[in-house]
Write a protein that binds this ligand. Sequence first.
Ligand code: TYM
Length: 339
Amino acid sequence: MPAPAVRPARVLSGIQPTADSFHIGNHLGALREWVRMQDTHDAYYVVVDQHAITVDHDPALLRQRTLVSFAQLLAIGLDPERCTVFVQSHVPEHSQLAWVLECQTGFGEASRMTQFKDKSQKGGADRSTVGLFTYPILQAADILIYQADAVPVGEDQRQHLELTRDLASRFNTNFGDTLTVPQAMFVKETAKIVDLADPTSKMSKSSPSGCAFLLDSDAVLAKKFKSAVTDSEREIRFDPAEKPGVSNLLTMQQAITGVTMESLVAGYEGRGYGDLKADTAEVVISFIRPIRERVVELMEHPDELRRLMGHGAAKARETARHTLAAVYDAVGFVAIPGE
Ligand code: TYM
């Protein structure tokens, strides 16, 4: 008898289209793992445009950034035939499930989410939207609607992943086993790439001078690495706590070239920070250049991009609608024929 087919574990992850370009932190912290996992997992990857409207935004810019985000995912190596890559607003089941989950989330529980606290403190409580407040619940829905087993993310998503697990378990306790409780997956050595200009904070698009964007030109990248902040010592060693700037450069090189940290550091004996910065710039630039060139090509054919978005959305909805039907049934909504 043939062995029963085993379903490969399913993963889901998402990224916001809130910048003109992704950065090397997104890539080494998360996206690279996405590419690897399309061959080992049943993988779903989503550009979360609905999350992007939780703060002030410009509609034309959002449209452009959603297209360029999707193009970047293809350019880094996601293949629409080997994974399901799509845009959140094309799959209405996410927000339908989010409503049900909101009705399972405590007000205090949602108030404790640090990302909300940070962002609302910056903008002032009155200017923060309810959408920003419920952001993590929509994120939970993104994951749970696909019954994902695991979620590859950077460290900054830890708390949202905990909430997702809590909501799935609570739903199952209250209404019977319906949702898969997912595991968070952090890529250990690259889970946090820090800012080039301020190595005490994570690399982020909100601080462009310390951020190496995938769509930055070679010259801009070279300049950012040349001015990378290090420390007042001279020794090149991997020590993220004491030497965050130096360690960050080493981490990037190591992640891209695949050499061991030990031999990378050994190669710098007797050499200075100038060499480390120049080498890292070269490694990063050669890594990023083909991605940027591919994005430019893809953006010349927006209709083809939209066609691929449609293809991804259709695949995603096929899975999402089954989960939503099970959830609606579990909470007691009446099903009508043909739905
Ligand atoms: P976002 O768009 O801020 O970031 C996308 C992914 O990149 C990782 N990342 C980093 N990793 C290492 N170093 C950095 N400096 C760095 N900056 C960002 C993030 O951890 C993330 O994995 N809320 C999510 C988007 C989201 C989502 C989801 C993620 C919505 N729904 C469902 C997973 C599953 C966010 O804002 O990621």
